[in-house]
Design a protein around this ligand. Structure first.
Ligand code: KIV
Length: 271
């Protein structure tokens, strides 16, 4: 008999069952093979191949420039590393807005070419036809409401969203609509904790929060932010779990010294 223990993969059903039994869902972003290997091994429930790759991997100010081809490249690298976690991939700006057929084609390309397990789109009623069409093709969709970075030019800033009653009501209506249309989960970004609580209590599908407080069914952070690689980025919602910027800088400085003083490589490190 094989000693090999079969790994139970996380599916949309697993995630929904976690909400039903009150178990929180842990999500982080990843964009490459090495990081995704570590995160999957650590036992993360979901890895988001976020379009935040535009910021932390490519150095753009916004998420707008990243393309569908770039997202597929990142998602392929993550999928190759993952044995257990659910891999969710962002549809980038310009690949779905205003055109449900284009949205479906974009989602199909992600699923076919990367092997990811589902896609995420930003928006509510405005993109609902795209959401419905993608779901009708058997592709799991996560909604994304609150602060939507792809609409930064409309919002004008990355400040807290849905503070006033009108925007909070629209967010709740959009959340219910996305659930009704078959989304398997909903990401809530940078909204008041009380609103996120209300949304989470009113939905059967899990909510995943970032800057949306403790009452969401799960949490997500951008990996570079929580590892302290994004120097100087310290919003209130971010808990930093390591200071890799400093660790890497110190390692690089030591290496430079070792090379310049002819300490590296030594006898044991050569052939
Ligand atoms: O692209 C991203 O990283 C996101 C965050 C909200 C987690 O969507």
């Amino acid at each position: 008999m094989s000693q090999h223990k079969e790994i139970k993969k996380i599916t949309t059903h697993t995630l929904q069952a976690m909400k039903a039994r009150g178990e929180k869902i842990a999500v982080l972003t990843a964009y490459d093979f090495s990081m995704a290997t570590v995160l999957d091994h650590a036992g993360l429930d979901m890895i988001l191949v976020g379009d935040s790759a535009a910021n932390v991997m490519a150095g753009y100010e916004t998420t707008l420039p990243i393309t569908l081809d770039h997202m597929i490249y990142h998602a392929q690298s993550v999928v190759r590393a993952v044995n257990r976690a659910f891999v969710l991939v962002d549809l980038p700006f310009g690949s779905y807005q205003g055109n449900p057929k284009m949205a479906l084609n974009s989602a199909i390309r992600i699923m076919k070419e990367s092997g990811g397990h589902g896609v995420k789109l930003e928006g509510g009623a405005e993109i609902i036809d795209a959401v419905k069409l993608i779901i009708s093709a058997g592709i799991p969709v996560m909604g994304h409401l609150g602060l939507m970075p792809q609409s930064i030019n409309k919002f004008g800033s990355y400040a807290l969203r849905a503070k006033d009653e009108k925007e909070a009501k629209k967010l709740m209506d959009d959340a219910l609509l996305l659930e009704e249309c078959g989304c398997f989960a909903l990401l809530l970004e940078k909204i008041p904790a009380t609103l996120a609580k209300e949304v989470s209590e009113n939905l059967n599908i899990p909510t995943i929060g970032i800057g949306a407080g403790k009452y969401c069914d799960g949490q997500v952070l951008v990996i570079h932010d929580m590892l302290g690689l994004n120097k100087g980025f310290k919003p209130r919602f971010l808990r930093q779990y390591a200071d890799l910027y400093q660790a890497i800088e110190e390692a690089a400085k030591t290496y430079i010294t070792d090379v310049k003083t002819n300490d590296f490589p030594n006898e044991a490190e050569q052939y």
